[in-house]
Design a protein around this ligand. Structure first.
Ligand SMILES: *[C@@H]1O[C@H](CO)[C@@H](O)[C@H](O)[C@H]1NC(C)=O
Ligand SMILES: *[C@@H]1O[C@H](CO)[C@@H](O)[C@H](O)[C@H]1NC(C)=O
Ligand SMILES: *[C@@H]1O[C@H](CO)[C@@H](O)[C@H](O)[C@H]1NC(C)=O
Ligand SMILES: *[C@@H]1O[C@H](CO)[C@@H](O)[C@H](O)[C@H]1NC(C)=O
Length: 226
């Protein structure tokens, strides 16, 4: 009876292990395809509710199709969250083909970016809880398009690693300030070491003859004043 039981339980264990590794493998595959595969332009609207993703008109090196109209809508889980869009590449036909970005779910929402050409746009943020992105191209000439990454955070830019996020508000450390704690309020320590100024109440107070945000400009320094 003993060996029989063992024999019976062994295939069961094997099956269990096999099933487990299958599940793990499936999870891994869906995880990889879900996070690493960028969503391409298909002339329709793609909706995201994830906290991170990549959007692009297509693989790099391949041109977007003529006459494109593609939309990506990113929805935050909580409308108090901030959606940030960061461009990695940008190449559209200057002043004919555009990437439009709206702070909201529709084209009536505030337009927070309209980009065309080859200069890489600055990172932009939507605070309404949704961001709508439109790629529009005319019927001529096409180019490589764009590739951008989005992330959804509780606080703007996760407080730039210079502060604490609480109830969707940044509380900045030290001399960091601004909505996302990305602003150094006393740059270069206001030149304290070279007696140009001092940081007081998160502001530079410059010594006589010095001016500028970091007290780095001197009256006698012609190049600095130009
Ligand atoms: C996100 O979208 C997927 C697919 O549309 C849906 O199954 C899921 O419930 C959504 N998640 C949340 C948290 O809304
Ligand atoms: C993309 O379009 C440009 C200009 O229309 C063309 O010069 C280039 O060869 C195209 N690239 C590919 C991969 O089709
Ligand atoms: C923002 O912070 C959260 C919580 O610490 C973290 O899970 C997330 O990965 C961060 N996102 C970015 C884009 O840094
Ligand atoms: C969104 O965040 C706010 C502030 O943290 C919170 O009061 C509210 O319950 C959240 N809403 C949802 C739907 O989670």
């Amino acid at each position: 009876m003993g060996p029989g039981v063992r024999k019976k339980s062994k295939p069961g264990q094997t099956f269990y292990l096999l099933a487990l590794s299958c599940i793990l493998w499936l999870c891994l595959v869906t995880e990889i395809s879900g996070t690493l595969q960028p969503t391409v332009c298909t002339k329709s609207r793609k909706v995201f509710n994830s906290s991170w993703g990549i959007i692009t008109d297509g693989p790099s090196g391949s041109n977007y199709t003529q006459d494109s109209h593609c939309e990506w809508l990113i929805r935050a889980q909580n409308s108090s969250q901030v959606i940030t869009l960061k461009f990695h590449t940008m190449s559209t036909e200057c002043s004919y083909d555009y990437v439009f970005v709206y702070d909201g779910e529709s084209f009536e929402s505030p337009l927070i970016g309209s980009f065309s050409g080859k200069s890489q746009p600055q990172q932009i943020t939507a605070t309404s809880g949704a961001m709508l992105i439109l790629l529009y191209s005319d019927t001529n000439y096409v180019l490589d398009g764009f590739r951008a990454e989005f992330f959804v955070t509780n606080c703007p830019n996760n407080c730039s690693d210079h502060g604490m996020c609480s109830l969707h508000k940044c509380y900045c450390q030290g001399t960091w300030g601004g909505r996302d704690c990305g602003l150094e309020l006393c740059p270069e320590g206001c030149g304290k070491d070279s007696h140009r100024g001092e940081c007081k109440m998160n502001r530079c107070h410059c010594a006589a003859g010095y001016s500028g945000q970091a007290c780095s400009l001197h009256r006698a320094d012609q190049t600095g004043n130009k």
